[in-house]
Design a protein around this ligand. Structure first.
Ligand code: T5A
Ligand code: NA
Length: 211
């Protein structure tokens, strides 16, 4: 033991509704922990905080929030977690996040009258992910999966516009994966990509997103 703590990786799962992000995020953390890699599962929106409860009520269509205002609340919901996220990463825990700033931008920019640059601004400076796993699935296939349609945004036309917006956000650190394959095959790919990244980030600083 040389006493040097290697930092954890920030791994983000993104994609349209029902593509299987939560299923894969859970399995990934289970596999990492079982293999002896410290890892924690996170998701945004994080619905338990005060801001998160406002967002939850909006998504369940129990309340209305103006479109710019809800965009800023989604971003604030990420910022309020940053100190804890940085600490975990620095202490060597890999953080697997189910949705992040890319969801924030893609879902708002899919609405009438928003441009991508405005949408990105509030999330500039968040911890930059080391790997973004972007799961793609046809909107019609996603709609066939259990429970689709209950929450705000779960409409096929809107989801197609969201997918177009994700297309504009793609970066070098993105891996695009076919989410119509089996849960296990997808998991095997994701676990391999993640293990590779974890060994590569050990000595790298945590950068700031979109800066
Ligand atoms: N949002 C979010 C914003 O507008 N701005 C923001 O800043 C953020 C962070 C809530 C909504 O908020 C929006 C985006 C969303 O519309 P959420 O709570 O994460 O976000 O809700 P969803 O992403 O819609 O979560 P879902 O639970 O609907 O979808 P998942 O996580 O992609 O899918 P999952 O894993 O729950 O699986 C769905 C079903 O499919 C099955 C599962 O068993 C499950 O029944 N399944 C598969 N079936 C066949 N083959 C596979 N490979 C499968 N994988 C999963
Ligand atoms: Na989910």
């Amino acid at each position: 033991m040389n006493g040097v703590v290697r930092r954890g990786a920030l791994i983000v799962l993104e994609g349209c509704d029902r593509c299987g992000k939560s299923t894969q995020a859970r399995k990934l953390v289970d596999t990492l922990v079982a293999g002896g890699t410290p890892a924690e599962l996170w998701r945004f929106p994080e619905r338990s905080s005060s801001i998160g409860q406002l967002i939850g009520s909006y998504l369940e269509k129990k309340s209305e929030v103006e479109d710019h205002a809800i965009h800023l609340l989604f971003s604030a919901n990420r910022w309020e977690s940053v100190p804890r996220m940085r600490k975990l990463l620095q202490d060597g825990t890999t953080v697997v996040v189910d949705r992040y700033a890319y969801s924030g931008v893609a879902f708002t920019a899919a609405k009438e009258g928003f441009d991508i640059e405005w949408c990105k601004q509030p999330d500039r400076g968040l911890p930059e992910p080391d790997l973004v796993l972007y799961l793609t699935i046809g909107a019609e296939d996603a709609a066939k999966r259990a429970d689709f349609g209950g929450e705000r945004y779960e409409q096929t036309d809107f989801q197609k516009r969201v997918a177009d917006m994700y297309g504009l956000l793609r970066e070098d650190r993105w891996e695009t994966l076919d989410a119509s394959q089996s849960i296990k095959d997808l998991h095997d790919q994701i676990a391999k990509l993640t293990r590779d990244i974890i060994t590569r980030v050990e000595n790298k600083p945590i950068n700031k997103l979109w800066m």
